[in-house]
Design a protein around this ligand. Sequence first.
Ligand code: DGL
Length: 284
Amino acid sequence: MSIGVFDSGIGGLTVLHALDRHLPSADIVYLADQANTPYGGRPGEEIVDLTRACCIRLFDAGCDLVILACNTAAAVALRRLQQTWLPDYRRALGRPVNVLGLIVPTIEAATGVDWREARAEREDKLEKLDILGIFATPATATSRVYEIEIAKRSDAVAVFSEPCPTLARQIESGEADETLRPVVEGHVAALTRRIGRPPDRAILGCTHYEIIADLFRAALPPGTPLIHQPEATADAVARYLARHPEYDAGRGGERRFLTTGRAGDQNGLAARFWGSRLSFQAAA
Ligand code: DGL
């Protein structure tokens, strides 16, 4: 058996990269829904349907656990699938399978508060407001998932989300840094104007953006900490697997890369991030 890592495109490679370090001997199948990317401007019901179809592909490919390495899918579809689809599907399949997201691990990394401590933290008065900027797809920003989940954990963090409607598509099609830089700078400037000052810390709340994290670092004031979502997610997955031996992550360290879109080499941004040429096979 193995772990499935899912994204609409190449963004989830950033999470896979971190999983490589945390779970080197796990067998991992990466699935990119490049026939339907980007997800970020689609209606919620479509995002739920596409995410469910990709989870089924990964379970059919032998995965026990699917990680939604896609903020848009996690923000819009994860709870729906966990509550209304997974229990029956699991029964029909006759083996333990599960779907996990990446937003809660990221929020725990940003607040230092897990859900058990959330209530205690709320009572703890802090003087300084910590401003967290979230760069995300329109669907993730509209879901307000970061605002809602952070409010449960801390009164001391104010969250401002900046929707970036074109960025995931531009990264997916491998646009050059010179084209991407002004787009990133524009979003950082827009968020800064809205807050009235730059954010104290930032989350790249779309896994595609991590691929061009250097452009965000350059556009934000020097030294602005970026919460590292892939690392937080990989760490949470490793701890989850340690608590749940019923899910078999494999032990051969095998990596498979599948796409619903055009099979073959991925663009230069993906190769630069990955450190070598990267080729995806057609998903069955
Ligand atoms: N990389 C994904 C995310 O984290 C999806 C971006 C998109 O498909 O719009 O949101």
